[in-house]
Each structure stands twice: as C-alpha cells, then as structure tokens.
Design a binder for this molecule. Structure first.
Ligand code: GLC
Length: 563
C-alpha cells in the first residue's frame, strides 16, 4: 500500500516565539518563519509542527490559549498565517498546528463568562465544585504545582486546573464544549492546515467521583526527589507515588471515544494527520480509528542512548503497536532537554549528536526534530530568576528558596525550567545570534554560544558542520526507500557498543550500523549476500563492502544497501 505523506515525512517543530524575528521586537513571528522556509526546504524538512500560535497571556508559554481561532498579535495576523501556510505549501512543506484541548486560558472569553455566575450558560463549560470543610473539593494536585483547585470568590466555588491556575480545564462532558472546539478544528482544516499535534490528551477527563489521591508524599517532595535524584534507581522509587498522586486525573474513560469523534472530523478532510502528545499505544485506537501517531517518548527517557537501550525500546514499542500502526520517534521538544545536551558526554558531543540524528532517520517511523537541533543548540541555564518565563520553574524556585540557599534554588529552577530549551534560534555569529537586531532585548536571552560556531550562517559555510551533516542525511533518507518503508530487523543483539539492524522494504534492503563507542569494531554479518553498496558513511570508505569483514570505525554511521 502506498505510504501517506506523514509516513514519509520528517517533521520539524517550530517554537514560534523563538524561531525567527522579522520585525525586530525580540519575539519570533510569521514573517520570520516565511523568510526561512527556503532554509527549511533545503535542509530537507517535509513538514512543520508549530507550537501554539494563538492569542495567549503566555503564562504557560502559549499553551494557555485565549482564542482558538486567531493568531497571537506578537506573531502576526491571520493573514500572515495564511501567507505562511500558502508559502509552505508552495514548497511542498506541510503544516500541523498544536491543539490544546484540555484547558483554555483563564483569559478566554468562555471562562470569563463561566466564572461570572452559577447560572451563566457557560458555567458548565469548565469544572466547578463546592469546597469541602472550608477547603478545596479534594486533595488533587496540579501537574505544575500546588492544589488543582482554585477558589473563586465571585460564586464561592472552586474550579479545576490540571496544569496552571491560569489554565482552567474545559468540561468535555458538556456537548457544547465539544461543538465549540470542533468548530475551531474545522476553522483551521478549512483553511488548509494538514493536521494537529494534540496537547496533553491524557488529562482531558477526570474521575467524576473525585476520590482523594492516596500518595503519601507531598508534591514538592516528589518534584524535588525527581530533580535531585542522583541515580535512576533513586528516582524510580518515587514513580509509583507520582502515579498514585495523579491516578484519578489521567487516562480516564471517555478519552478514546473523544479521539474517535475527532478522527471522524479529520477524516472528512483529505489526508490530514493527528499526532498525540502521549506515548500510550491505546491512542492508535482499534483499527486506525483514533490517532495516526503517538510519540515514542520512552526512547528519550534515558541519560545515555546505548545500543541496549535502543534495542529494548524498539523491541517493546514495535511489538506493542497494533497491526498497520506507524511508529513516531523523537529525542527532544520544547518541554525537554535538548538532544545535544542530553545525549552528549562532554567529550564526544559532536559525534554523539550525529548518531542521535542517524538514529532518528534510520529507525522505523516518522521522526520529529526540534528547531535548533540541526546546529547543535544546547540547553541554556538562566542565571537570574527575573529572566524566567516557565511558571512551574518559578513555582519551584519560590518553594526551594525556603529550603536551600538562593544559588542552589536557582540552579534547581534553571534545570527544571523549560526555558532552557526554548531560547531563540541562533542564525548568525552577531549580537543576539542574528535572531533580533543588536540593540533589542530578546524575549529569552540568546545562548552566547552562537559566538562559538553554534549558528546557522557559519555552519552553512563549513562543509563539516553539524548543519551540513543534517542536510546530507536528510536528503539521503529521501533517496533510500528502505529507510522510510522498511521493516526493522535487529542484528547482533548482544553488541554493547554498536547498534546494527536491517531495514527491508519491497524495493530495497539496507543494513544500518551505528557505533556509539570510541572503539573500532571488526564485525561479521551473515546475510543473504556478502556484498553491499555504501549509501552513507561519516568515514572515508570504498563504495563496496564485504559484510563478512566489516570494520566499523569509532562513532561510525554506516548505511549499506544489500546487493
Ligand atoms: C503539554 C505541552 C506543555 C504544556 C502542557 C500544558 O505537555 O507540551 O508545554 O505546558 O501541555 O498545556
């Protein structure tokens, strides 16, 4: 069966505020994105996921939406968006949007109405409850810190927010909410967007009986335990308690029916995509009736990408997928440590970054890259609490200063803060990394390592740069059908230093060998043929190789077609 566009595509996530600032106000915008579409095209990107571009008070950096059918004024106008979409489509680049279903901003007109009185027609659009014994309705916590309930004196009731206080949860059991949100979905689909990345779907419904959670820890204790844990084992001890804490607030009945309903709408349109911010296999539905893709997040939850880790992840993930379902891999996004920082070792970072990309582009499934990773952007630790935007990190700081000294509290907050991976894209070796004019204060500081070669302009001119490596690999993938369509067959299951597997499609079979170590390896593959044609290597190589006598160089990335 012919593959769909989203099965062949490599996605690139744009964080709109940080991508490119065309009007020189220190904030990225649609004109900036338009200006760089040719860059993305030549890089080899097929599709874009935009983090929220809607009007927002920006208390959760855009994930608090105050109008689902408009564009944030600092990013441009609806017309700018339409131009952006048309320009992207002209270049054969698809665009999917971020759809935040679980909650709106407390500044959304729906919520203003809802909170105004108990008999307002929109009262039931959100989750309102009476307090108990002078306190909140139960002991549920917000994912971002503190109680999940906020008292509202206007009506003497509490509203529920799974995330920030400024993000009241919508009540999806109310059919009018669905209708309003499906109208917004159609608004963008009618305009021609190619689909949606669905934010935080696991939290859409809560247990209607609202029983207390039974975790014996306070949320701060858990948060701290996660952030301060020295070993993975230390951390693992707390996972059951974390799960117990949110047990009644996630993955509740009803969410799959809701996804099916959304899928029916999407299917009325031609060839659109739904990808869920969830690793739960269940969202693939039962026979292609929910989401097309769910992220393989477990792959990135490790301090080191070792061959054993990757093999175990693939074995589990691929065997769990329902028949016909398509995998989806990523190693970073706007919520996590950047790939260069996470999987570097401080010594061989450049080599490891290349291996991370090679992995994304050779594993079976649709890869999602994150803006700036192509030049090796790293996490940037803010050193002044006044610079922070990420509200949960500020919350953590305010709690931590009571327990540890201020510099330790700042370090903790900087590490927890998602600001670290959201700094502006570094376009050139000039003030502000070429993102904004020199005299402008950018919304988040630019990582000063733009002056150490981490910028687009210099890397474009340097043949051996990470950027040119991305380009080369992305274009190689397009020409190599086995890497797109092929089945995955692991080889040499016990190899500790290198990962080897086959990708076999009807047209072609390829061997992929990735050496994650600084040791060379002499290896032998028993395949149906002993000869292969090198499709890609980051080493000097003859065109033909012998599978029976293969010398894999340190950190080599080798892709060979079986002939
Ligand atoms: C998702 C987003 C994250 C946001 C949260 C609440 O996890 O990726 O950035 O803060 O949802 O909307």
């Amino acid at each position: 069966m012919a593959l769909k566009w989203w099965q062949k595509a490599v996605f690139y996530q744009i964080y709109p505020r940080s991508f490119a600032d065309a009007n020189g106000d220190g904030i990225g915008d649609f004109q900036g994105m338009i200006n760089h579409l040719d860059y993305l095209k030549s890089l080899g990107i097929d599709a874009l996921w935009l983090s929220p571009h809607f009007p927002s008070p920006f208390i959760d950096c855009g994930y608090d939406v105050s109008d689902y059918v408009d564009v944030a004024p600092e990013l441009g106008t609806l017309d700018d968006f339409k131009r952006f979409l048309a320009e992207a489509h002209q270049r054969d680049i698809r665009v999917i949007l971020d759809l935040v279903l679980n909650h709106s901003s407390d500044q959304h007109a729906w919520f203003s109405e809802s909170r105004s009185s108990c008999d307002n027609p929109k009262r039931d659009w959100y989750v309102w409850e009476d307090g108990v014994d002078g306190g909140p309705p139960n002991n549920w916590m917000s994912y971002f810190g503190g109680s999940a309930w906020e008292y509202d004196s206007t009506t003497d009731q509490y509203y529920y927010h799974c995330f920030l206080t400024e993000q009241p949860d919508l009540n999806w059991r109310n059919p009018e909410v669905k209708q309003a949100m499906w109208d917004a979905v159609r608004f963008w689909l009618d305009m021609g967007v190619d689909g949606f990345r669905l934010d935080a779907i696991g939290t859409i419904f809560e247990d209607p009986d609202m029983p207390d959670h039974t975790s014996k820890y306070s949320q701060f204790e858990l948060y701290k335990a996660f952030r301060m844990a020295k070993t993975k084992e230390d951390r693992e001890e707390y996972i059951p308690h974390w799960e117990a804490m949110f047990h009644h607030q996630v993955e509740q009945p009803g969410v799959h029916e809701l996804m099916q309903e959304l899928r029916t709408i999407i299917d009325e349109y031609d060839d659109r995509l739904l990808v869920g911010e969830s690793e739960e296999i269940e969202y693939y539905g039962d026979g292609d009736n929910e989401l097309h893709l769910a992220f393989n997040f477990p792959l990135m939850r490790t301090a080191r990408l070792t061959p054993a880790w990757i093999r175990a992840n693939q074995e589990e993930r691929l065997s769990e997928l329902p028949p016909g379902a398509w995998p989806c891999n990523t190693l970073n996004n706007h919520d996590t440590t950047r790939v260069y920082t996470q999987f570097g070792d401080g010594k061989n970072d450049a080599a490891l970054a290349r291996l991370s990309l090679a992995l994304m582009l050779t594993l079976r499934g649709t890869p999602f890259l994150y803006n700036g990773e192509e030049i090796g952007m790293t996490d940037y630790m803010l050193d002044d609490i006044g610079q922070f935007w990420d509200t949960p990190a500020i919350w953590l700081y305010n709690l931590a200063v009571n327990e540890v000294d201020a510099s330790e509290a700042l370090r903790l907050a900087a590490k927890a803060s998602r600001d670290r991976c959201r700094t502006p894209v570094q376009w050139a070796n000039s003030a502000n990394g070429g993102f904004s004019p020199p005299e402008v204060k950018t919304w988040l500081p630019v990582n000063p390592n733009y002056a150490e070669g981490v910028n687009v302009a210099e890397q474009l001119d340097a043949p051996d740069s990470l950027l040119n490596f991305y380009k080369e690999m992305l274009h190689m993938r397009k020409r190599t059908p086995a890497l797109i369509a092929g089945a995955y067959e692991p080889l040499h299951d016990d190899a500790e230093d290198y990962l080897a597997f086959l990708r076999r499609s009807a047209e072609q079979s390829c061997l992929v060998a990735l050496n994650f170590s600084e040791q060379p390896h002499n290896i032998r593959f028993e395949l149906e043929t002993s000869a292969g044609r090198v499709i890609f290597s980051n080493q000097e190589r003859e065109n033909e190789i012998d599978f029976k006598r293969l010398n894999l160089a340190p950190y080599e990335i080798l892709i060979v077609e079986l002939i």
